[in-house]
Design a protein. Sequence first.
Length: 233
Amino acid sequence: MRRASVILVVMLFAAVFASIATDYTEQESLRPLAAAYVKRVPQELGAPNIITGILLTYRGFDTLGEVAVLFMVAAGVGLVLGERAPRRREEPVAAEPEALTASSELVQNGAAILLPLIATFAAYIIMNGHLSAGGGFQGGAIIASGVMLLLLAKPEYSIDHDFLGLTESLAGVLFVLVGIAGLIFAGGFLDSRVLPLGEFGAFFSAGTIPVMSVLLGIKVGCELSVIVDRFRG
């Protein structure tokens, strides 16, 4: 009976995916909303990367909310998995935890080679987010992957959570201040035209979008790094 139920469920999933595959037709033209953004972002914001332009300007409130949610996740993980309060004197003292197992030579050498490359790649992704695929979220995730590799190579390494928290908070405050500057000197909150748009496709262009991308990458990288470290056994 159980085997028959499993087969039935698999067949139902197969039917659903088959209907999706057979009914798929490639869209030959953009929808009106997408076409409007494709036209407006390069003209109004001077950013070749349309996705980054939309995320940091037209729907900047949503992006700010997503970063706030990520901060709450980091705070929740730290609250649950962080260091516990010291025991009272009358309670028996627990045995000292065993020393962490050292990583293999292969992992250590691989980390020594890859960590500088990961850091360089993260910086490139963040700073060129207004020109090509990438941006603050992607670069921040790459930073966290480098921190994870560092912890795998050196289990005894201790991350300074106070420094990460201060850096993350400072990046968030500066991000909001850039948004307020757009409200005062441009057309609205997080309006990137506070700075000149510059030459289209140049590194220094697209107003404050590169600045917001850097601040977002720092904030996301710090938050994800704290989460990764908290899950370390």
